[in-house]
Design a protein around this ligand. Structure first.
Ligand SMILES: Nc1ncnc2c1ncn2[C@@H]1O[C@H](COP(=O)(O)OP(=O)(O)O)[C@@H](O)[C@H]1O
Ligand SMILES: [Mg+2]
Length: 274
């Protein structure tokens, strides 16, 4: 009893740390947005300046030897490409940040029109990088498969993102765990699919990690059931995730798993357009 209480206290402390981390990252995201906007705008301005520069050179074509002109054209083309890359990646960073802000801004239980593929992508990315930061040698391949043209859907972004994060965190852990014991040649892999059928939005998260034993399958959704060491798991993730999908979104959370081989989770959410 006493030992259990001790573990529980440890787990609650961990939960609290996570909650304050959420607040902190929303604050940081907000702060980073400004300098990123500068990066993007200055890059766009520099591109404009390059155009002006090119014009000046064209006006004075005769003054430059042919070889120099060609070299200059090459350099200008390279600079253009670099500038476009800066804008592209800067905008990607902005969209990730806005995703975090949107999710941390949305109230609990609030349905908002949401680009689900974008949300899933961002949280898969967050989970992957958190895992990389915490586990040395964490190297996996993630295959993403997003159906094109899925319209904005009414979901609770704050909750759905938590559900995705929970499942992907578990998947990352499962492949990492298997990597610790498996011989060379094991390729840890997670497959993410977002698609629709006639009535539902489907999000599939499949990993080729350690899989689940019969006991784990039975107790998967029990609160405080975890096979991870203290500090690594709270045993609350799957219970919360099922609540989010089934009670809050009126959907269904299904899984299929084979011990030592794989685990697939499929989220079904009835489609609700705005
Ligand atoms: N993708 C998965 N592969 C293997 N086991 C899993 C997977 N997802 C969940 N589990 C098992 O279910 C348990 C409960 O998961 P969860 O409720 O998220 O708690 P936690 O991650 O804190 O342990 C995990 O400890 C693990 O044993
Ligand atoms: Mg978990």
């Amino acid at each position: 009893m006493e030992k259990e209480l001790e573990t529980l206290k440890e787990q609650l402390k961990q939960q609290e740390k996570l909650a304050s981390l959420g607040l902190l990252s929303a604050g940081i995201a907000h702060e980073i947005q400004n300098p990123l906007n500068f990066v993007i705008n200055f890059s766009k301005m520099s591109d404009k300046l390059l155009s002006d520069l090119t014009e000046i050179v064209e006006d004075n074509e005769a003054a430059l030897p042919e070889a120099d002109r060609e070299e200059m054209d090459d350099i200008v083309a390279d600079l253009r490409e670099n500038m476009a890359k800066i804008v592209e990646h800067g905008e990607r960073a902005i969209s990730i940040i806005q995703g975090i802000l949107l999710v941390s801004r949305g109230k609990e239980n609030e349905f908002l029109p949401t680009d689900v593929c974008k949300l899933v992508k961002e949280y898969v990315w967050l989970s992957y990088h958190a895992m990389r930061a915490n586990h040395k040698n964490f190297n996996i391949s993630i295959h993403e498969n997003y159906e094109e043209g899925i319209p904005q859907m009414m979901v609770i972004p704050q909750d759905l993102s938590r559900a995705i994060l929970n499942i992907v965190n578990n998947a990352c852990y499962a492949v990492w765990k298997k990597q610790q014991t498996e011989k060379e040649g094991y390729v840890p892999q997670i497959d993410i699919t977002v698609k629709t059928d006639a009535s539902d939005l489907l999000i599939v998260i499949a990993d080729n990690g350690v899989g689940m034993s019969e006991e784990v399958k039975q107790r998967l959704y029990d609160n405080f059931f975890t096979t991870k060491p203290v500090g690594q798991g709270t045993g609350l993730g799957m219970g919360i995730t099922r609540d989010i999908i089934e009670n809050k979104h009126g959907g269904k959370l299904l899984f299929d798993s084979k011990e030592g081989e794989y685990t697939n989770f499929t989220i079904h959410i009835p489609i609700r357009l705005k």
